[in-house]
Design a protein around this ligand. Structure first.
Ligand code: ADP
Length: 259
């Protein structure tokens, strides 16, 4: 088998809140293959966001190792870390907090193209229109402010910004959780299409096993900071081996029928 695109091994993290210490992650290990989706599922507080943020180098683990495309990710600093950020993008639950709400959609999409020298100034307008088209939005949206557009449009813009740098991996943390069911379905379809077209790998974090099942090739189940189960999505849903996996499957009975 090919080496995974990203492999995180033995990741531990304890938060200190004054005298209280919270062991958020305890020796968690996950891997994702090029062009595939790893679903990371678990109840609230199980450690999903902490792991996602560590993979993005937004917070530092206390222990563990992350290999990304043959690079020891945790050893990178300064310019080398900035350079690799282009290849690992992110989409969070609340895109309003991820953007300057007063910025126009056009400038929010032009920024990464400029910063990473993907388009020169004369090409920017066309490159922004192309990104909007790829996520199913018209070019006129470029002139609107981020705070004026709908939640579904904003999440499409967040996805457009994530794909702007042609990443190998996008980490999506509860990215569809705030959206209406119908909008969520359309954006799931969009993510699948973009993955097929561009070969992007996703780490898709959610408390909702039904959504995770719809997009994932493999699923890792988290409970109390540990990965308690990790396998092909179909197997995890049809025959969960862990108590946490069984509880998540029991919460969505129709899943078993379709597994
Ligand atoms: P999930 O994403 O699965 O809901 P989190 O990674 O957000 O889980 O949280 C895991 C544990 O770490 C929880 O007990 C949570 O309360 C705690 N935690 C998360 N962030 C912090 C923080 N910044 N400071 C202290 N404790 C935190």
């Amino acid at each position: 088998m090919n080496a995974p695109l990203l492999a995180a091994t033995g990741i531990s993290k304890t938060y200190a809140n004054g005298s209280r210490r919270v062991a958020a992650l305890d020796q968690a290990s996950v891997a994702v293959t090029h062009g595939q989706t790893l679903g990371l599922v678990g109840s609230s507080g199980s450690g999903k966001s902490t792991l996602a943020r560590i993979l993005l180098r937004l917070i530092e683990p206390d222990a563990g190792r992350i290999d990304f495309a043959g690079v020891d990710l945790l050893s990178l600093r300064g310019e080398k870390l900035r350079a690799i950020r282009r290849h690992i993008q992110m989409v969070f639950q609340d895109p309003l907090s991820a953007f300057n709400p007063r910025a126009t959609v056009g400038s929010a999409l032009a920024d990464p193209l400029r910063i990473h020298a993907i388009a020169n100034p004369s090409e920017l307008r066309a490159a922004v229109a192309d990104l909007l088209e790829r996520v199913g939005l018209g070019p006129a949206l470029a002139l609107r402010a981020i705070h004026e557009i709908s939640g579904g449009q904003r999440q499409r813009v967040a996805i457009a910004r994530a794909i702007a740098t042609k990443p190998d991996l996008i980490v999506l943390d509860e990215a569809l959780s705030a959206l209406d069911v119908s909008v969520r379905g359309k954006i799931l379809d969009l993510l699948v299409d973009l993955q097929r077209e561009h070969g992007i790998a996703y780490i898709f974090v959610s408390h909702d096993l039904a959504v995770v099942r719809a997009i994932s090739h493999r699923i890792a189940v988290m409970d109390a900071g540990q990965i308690v189960e990790h396998g092909p999505a179909r197997d995890v849903v049809a025959n969960p081996q862990s108590a946490a996996g069984r509880a998540l499957v029991a919460a969505v009975p129709r899943l078993r029928l379709n597994a």
